[in-house]
Design a protein around this ligand. Structure first.
Ligand code: PLP
Length: 414
């Protein structure tokens, strides 16, 4: 490690609030699926800043659009019109089938907005008792007080209690439990179609059906948190559509800005009609720079062939991961879809992540025993293959010989 790298890490340790455990590397530039540290090393990025750098790093069109926008106009506030917010809203409503968009700055803000709009919907209907939420075990919806209230992990919640009251958590493996959990006081069910932080766990068709039944029975609203799994990441625009969920509200973030902080809450016309001027707002949300970035991303996704590429690259990645599973018996299951994948291990995944870092490969651990991959959505097949090779090496470094070697050694000793 150079002096420069260690100086930067020392400054971080001295001045920055220590809410993160960072890996000991300092990045200063990127290109496509590659990051370069201050010591000049190249790292292959199969995590894309937790699903954010959706177009990879230093994407030429995104970079040019941002530079052009920065020299024209960055921000005017939501007191005035500009052309880009409505353009973005039009594109998001077109691909989601929802009617309106509220543009904000992050995933957690998108979730906060959805929770508020759900309550507003019932309030407008004079059903002021319908304030509660049903969420799922292992769910992660963000760190601000509202979204934390529907986030499951006690570790995140306990130091900040009391949170928003009236939240019931249901096991995603127990769809029948929704029958008693959703009552005449429930405003909305909030669900990640594929739980991300919870270990890349897709919800089952049975749970999707139980959610639809609960809606038919009680009129409860459905909020799909598509922040991690949405916007093409799984090879379709929204994973909730694949499950036939037809949500009333959707929370978006991460991939949307390609690295710029942008989130959005999408609403059905019914819910949107209940929201009045002044009910919600944000100073920065939907400013020109953020919307310009999001428009570039959506154009690439819809018009530029990115969605099709994710489908193809996702199938390639799945085949590669299945081969990896045959070689490394510690991999018990491969979950997810498209370019959102989790390898369920029979043990703590930390040593594999460490070994991957040693091979200059970025993946991360979630839910303790899962290796998560969220590569840039435009990653090339060649870079995916390089990543799979490095991951194979990392498994061997961390966990020992592969099943192939063990089998061939056993055959030789017979
Ligand atoms: N919802 C989901 C499904 C997420 O994965 C995340 C972040 O990981 C969030 C919400 C919160 O998003 P943000 O960190 O942008 O606030």
């Amino acid at each position: 490690m150079t002096t420069r790298s260690s100086d930067i890490q020392t400054a971080d340790a001295t001045y920055v609030l220590q809410t993160y455990r960072r890996a000991p590397v300092v990045f200063e530039r990127g290109e496509g699926s590659w990051l370069y540290d201050v010591d000049g090393n190249a790292w292959l990025d199969l995590l894309s800043g937790i699903g954010v750098a959706s177009l990879g790093h230093a994407h030429p069109r995104l970079a040019a659009a941002l530079a052009e926008q920065a020299s024209a106009l960055l921000h005017t506030s939501n007191l005035y019109h500009h052309p880009l917010q409505s353009a973005l809203a039009a594109r998001l409503t077109a691909i989601s089938g929802l009617a309106r968009a509220f543009v904000c700055n992050s995933g957690t803000e998108a979730v906060e907005a959805c929770l508020k709009f759900a309550r507003r919907y019932w309030h407008t209907r004079g059903r002021t008792e319908r304030t509660d939420f049903v969420a799922f075990e292992h769910a992660f919806h963000g760190r601000t007080c509202g979204s934390l209230s529907v986030t499951w992990d006690e570790h995140y919640r306990t130091p900040f209690q009391p949170l928003v009251p009236g939240v019931t958590f249901v096991s995603p493996d127990d769809p029948d439990a929704l029958e008693t959990a959703v009552t005449s006081s429930t405003a909305a069910i909030i669900v990640e179609p594929i739980q991300g932080e919870g270990g890349v766990r897709p919800i089952s068709n049975a749970l999707a059906e139980a959610i639809r039944d609960a809606r038919a029975r009680t009129g409860v609203l459905v909020i799909a948190d598509e922040i991690q799994c949405g916007l093409g990441r799984t090879g379709c625009y929204f994973h909730s559509h694949t499950l036939g969920l037809a949500p009333d509200l959707m929370a978006l973030g991460k991939a949307l800005g390609g690295g710029m902080p942008v989130g959005a809450a999408l609403l059905s016309q019914d819910v949107a009609s209940a929201v009045a001027a002044g009910d919600h707002g944000t100073t920065y949300g939907g400013n020109l720079l953020a919307c310009r970035a999001a428009l570039v991303f959506v154009e690439e996704l819809v018009d530029g062939g990115l969605l099709e590429h994710v489908g193809e690259a996702g199938r390639h990645l799945e085949r590669g991961l299945l081969r990896l599973q045959q070689r490394h018996p510690a991999i018990q299951d491969i979950r997810g879809a498209g370019l959102m994948r989790g390898l369920q291990l029979d043990r703590d995944a930390a040593p594999v992540i460490e070994a991957a870092l040693a091979r200059k490969l970025l993946v991360n651990r979630t839910a303790t025993t899962v290796v998560r991959l969220l590569p840039p959505m435009n990653i090339s097949i060649g870079d995916l293959d390089e990543g799979l090779d490095r991951l194979d090496g990392a498994f061997t470094d961390a966990l020992g010989e592969t099943a192939d070697v063990i089998r061939s050694n056993a055959a030789q000793s017979r």
